[in-house]
Write a protein that binds this ligand. Sequence first.
Ligand SMILES: [Zn+2]
Length: 296
Amino acid sequence: MTDRKRFAYKNPKPRCGGNLKTRWNYTEPAYRMAPHVWNVGGQDDVSAYLLDSGEGLILIDTGYEDTLYLLIDHIWRIGYDPADIKKILLSHYHGDHSQGARLIQEMAGGKENCEIWLSEADEINHQRTKDETVPMEVLPYEVTNFYDPQEPIMLGRFVIRTRLTPGHTWGATSFFFDDTDEETGKTYHCAMHGGLGTVMMKPGTQRMEHELMTPEGAFRFIRDCLELAEMDVDINLPSHLNQANLDENLPEDLNDYTWFVNDYSWHDMLVNRDEEVMSYYPEIYPDLVRTIPTLK
Ligand SMILES: [Zn+2]
């Protein structure tokens, strides 16, 4: 395997072994991915990123309700207190990213002390589907803030820019911020894409967004991914571990974030997903050639 494939897009395996009742068999440790960023999701499917701003914690996505104990345990283990989380930023409204939101907010002192952010577009989806349990339960949570691409989210050392990146859902939101290591003085461009599951962009697929997602949504996803892929990103923070093949490639020293610094993972992940969606529209992209591999 060449180095370029280490953090390449990998086909997802069944979530937590396909048995959502025994997720503890698929636990992952907490690991540092940037100077002040840790993945504390606790299982091998979906990420939850803890950011230490120096003036309180930020959590990007929360993972599942039934692995929330792992997330809380991981936060303690790396030396932080979940009660210090000031902002919960949700990439999109789906349950695998949001099920912990309300419980963490309660741990952190309620909505006066801990905000829950979502895009306005996904709040419509959230309200429309909040009583549904299929394919995944959405636990009640109340959004306190909407993203504004013109207004970065600021806390302590972090200035987090957001961008609406529809496709997986209409309101999927991506995050961009710099993080500096005070010991070395190096600054890293970090990015997390808000939703790269492409199945809902496949014509005829029956998913909960299906009645909303249109070919125009898929074409916007294709355009956005090509544009985003050209961004200078040093550390790719995938919203699911498989998007950057993290599960098989954790460093021996879980504190060594420099393991994750590279110049291809973000680009290749986005181009891979782009080519996947293009392949759903062969009449529009008849000459599509896959340039970026998918790991099996
Ligand atoms: Zn999703």
